[in-house]
Structure formats: C-alpha cells, structure tokens
Design a binder for this molecule. Structure first.
Ligand code: NAD
Length: 373
C-alpha cells in the first residue's frame, strides 16, 4: 500500500459503487451485483478489475455500449452443452446466469461446456471459477475480447489479441471436522491474462499505481517499454485512458508459449462461441467490446479419482514444501495470494490510489450520489 492510498472498508465501497450504478438507472439487484464483483476484484488484489472500472462502465451504459438487466439467450442446448448469447448485458449479470447453467448441467451429467458470447466486460474470471468451485466443480475458462485487440503476438509488434484471460479452478478441500458442510479450504485457482500484464494494470500504472514490469509493452517501432503512453498515447492526470489513442501494444507473456495460449483463447472463447475473435473495430469506430468465454465444468464425483479435492490439496502441500529459492519467502499454491489478500483487505480495508478515488467521486458527483464519510 502506498503512503497516500485511501483505505476504505469493503462494505462502504460496495454500497457507494452500487449507489453509483443505481443512479445510472441500473436495477438495485444489478447495481449490487456489479458492485459486489468489482469490490471482489479489489479484495483479491486485482485492483485492475476492481472499482477503477466504474467510470468506464458508467460511460458504457450511458452511451448504450452495454445494456441493463439482460437475460441470457440460449441459442443451442443439449444435456452437456449450451451456446449462450449475453446480448451485451453487464458481465456481472450475464456471468452468473451462464455459470449457473454450466453448474446445473455438470451436476446432472458429470460435465458441461458453456459457450458464452457477447457478454459485457465479465471482469475477474476467478469469480466465475470460484462460483463453480463453491458448488464442488472443477472449471476451465478460455476468454477473449471481441473488438479488443491490445496485445502483440510473440515476434510481432502490431496488436492481434486481447489480453485473453485463462482460468482453472479446483475446489478447496472440505475444512476440518466440525465446520459446516460447505466450509472449504481456499480453492486452487489459476487466473491470469495471457498478456504480460492485464490492461487494467497499465491503467493502474498510468494513474500512479504499481509500475509495469520490464518489457511489458512494445512500441510500434519494436522497442520494449514500461511507459503507459505506449498503450494510451500522451497522458495528463485527467485525460481518459483509451487504448485506441496509443500506437504500441502489450506483450504476450511467456514468449511463444503465452502467445500460443492467447491465440487459442481467441479461437475457443471468440470463434467457437460465435462472438468473434479479437480484431480492429469495424470502420475504426468505437465499438461494443464484449467478452466471449468457453467454459468446461467437471463434477469430480463422476470421475475415477478417490477423494479428488483432498488429493489435490495434498499435492498442493507437497508442491509448497519445495525449499524456497534465494530471496523468495515461500512457495505458494495458485489462488493463495488472492485468498490472503482477501483476508487482509476484509479486515483492514481496501487501499485505493488517490486518482482512482477521485475518479469515483467525480462520477458520483455527476450522478448526484452522496459521498460516503
Ligand atoms: P496475475 O499476473 O496477478 O496472476 C494471477 C495468478 O497467478 C493467480 O492464479 C494467482 O494465484 C497466481 N499467482 C500469483 N503469484 C503466485 C505465486 N507466487 N505462486 C503461485 N501462484 C501465484 O494476473 P493478471 O494476468 O494480472 O490478471 C489479473 C486479473 O485480470 C485476473 O483476475 C483475470 O481474470 C483478469 N482479466 C480479465 C480480462 C477480461 O477481459 N475480463 C482480461 C484480462 C485479465
């Protein structure tokens, strides 16, 4: 946490953000869902997908790029799959409907695949993996952004992919005896962008937050950069952060391996779902940016492994027992950083950079929403 960060209790922040969306004519239920998921991203340490997105979401809804209270449309269906159109509804409203459909089918058939297209920004993908894991299911998610190209492929400089997140979540083992039936150890959660950094991390850096790691960006002439202006063009404190204004790109993580995974996220999350791959907005205009997500849900009880979640936890403990490398305090399991940050931020409050807080106050004032004390 930086010295000038503002610490806000999660409950206060959730009510404030929900009030902003209600003032933008969202239903109380939808406003609450959006606020819950944005704050959940902050709680897990992914500030790039947290309340910093509020001004952008308000802009999307007031200009008709995202729609209020949309019900998913199931365009094809069998006991083990469904193709779902989100019709550019808020991702926080479309996501739960699509995931719950996958959970219901996998609980009955042992597995299910849900091909979701045209959802508004669906936020932190870990929320969807955790929702399935809370129901005892393993899930795998390939995600793309139609009309959202930001990332240069390995060996290239021009943008060809979005930040295409990939997620796998394994349910945590049941807690010690005496705990409630649904109480679990933290889920094992892989959840990251296939770009070296998520776009939101460039956004955070551009507002004075955590600087970008070496080589995160590439300029149009092919040199590596950590300057957010590579993505957003020339910036002042108050100028909008629009990737369309920049000429450079974010780099794919892991050289050819990350680039190939991003490629497959576009094919599965974009083309197979019917939403479309990353690419320039037709006519170069400001278009409707949407997430596509191909999700695979597996009920471990339908597979042969005995005590699957307990064995997965034992394996995680074994991995964590590897002796720490120099200057590394300990080995962590995937999902552990998010779990620890959540515990700490629930207890101590969520740190927000002053710029992020100011941008929330500005949007709240424009909608006559009272500012929390
Ligand atoms: P990141 O680079 O912080 O990686 C997070 C992942 O790495 C988690 O699974 C975490 O548990 C694991 N991890 C971190 N440190 C670890 C350690 N020491 N040992 C073991 N595992 C460790 O994530 P990111 O790429 O910056 O992505 C941030 C968020 O942005 C994600 O939640 C992602 O879903 C979201 N995102 C969404 C979109 C979208 O279009 N909706 C696009 C891109 C990213």
């Amino acid at each position: 946490m930086a010295a000038d960060d503002i610490l806000i209790p999660a409950t206060t922040l959730t009510s404030f953000v929900a009030a902003i969306f209600r003032a933008a004519a969202c239903s109380p239920e939808e406003a609450g869902r959006i606020a819950h998921h944005l704050v959940s991203a902050n709680l897990t340490g992914h500030d790039s997908h947290g309340v910093i997105r509020t001004p952008r979401y308000i802009d999307y809804v007031t200009t008709g790029l995202v729609h209020r209270d949309v019900k998913i449309d199931i365009t094809a269906e069998s006991p083990t799959h469904a193709v779902v159109d989100g019709h550019y509804g808020f991702g926080q409203t479309i996501g739960p409907q699509a995931v719950d459909l996958g959970i219901a089918k996998a609980k009955s058939a042992g597995m299910a695949i849900i091909a979701l297209r045209k959802s508004g920004h669906i936020g932190r993908i870990g929320d969807w993996g955790e929702r399935a894991a809370d129901a005892g299911l393993v899930s795998i998610h390939f995600v793309n952004v139609e009309n959202g190209e930001l990332v240069a492929p390995f060996g290239g400089t021009d943008r060809r992919f979005s930040t295409n997140p990939f997620c796998i979540c394994i349910p945590g083992a049941p807690s010690a005896a005496g705990a409630s039936e649904t109480a679990r150890e933290p889920h094992l959660l892989l959840d990251f962008a296939t770009s070296l950094v998520a776009e939101g991390k460039v956004l955070v850096a551009s507002r004075g937050g955590k600087p970008l790691p070496e080589g995160a960006l590439i300029t149009e002439s092919g040199t590596l950069s950590t300057n957010p202006e590579t993505l957003y063009g020339p910036l002042t404190d108050t100028s909008p952060r629009d990737p369309k204004n920049g000429t450079g790109a974010i780099r794919a993580f892991g050289d050819h391996k990350g680039s190939a995974l991003a490629f497959m996220c576009d094919i599965l999350g974009g083309i197979l779902t019917g939403g479309g791959p990353s690419g320039p907005v037709p006519g170069g205009k400001r278009g409707q940016i949407s997430n596509g997500m191909l999700s695979i849900y597996l009920d471990p009880t339908h597979f042969g492994a005995q005590n699957f979640v307990a064995q997965a936890k034992d394996f995680a403990d074994y991995v964590k027992s590897s002796r720490p490398a120099t200057n590394t305090p300990e080995v962590l399991a995937p999902g552990e950083p998010e779990h620890r940050t959540r515990q700490s931020r629930l207890q101590n409050g969520i740190p927000l950079q002053p710029d992020t807080w100011t941008s929330l106050l500005t949007v709240a004032q424009s909608l006559n929403v009272p500012i929390p004390n």
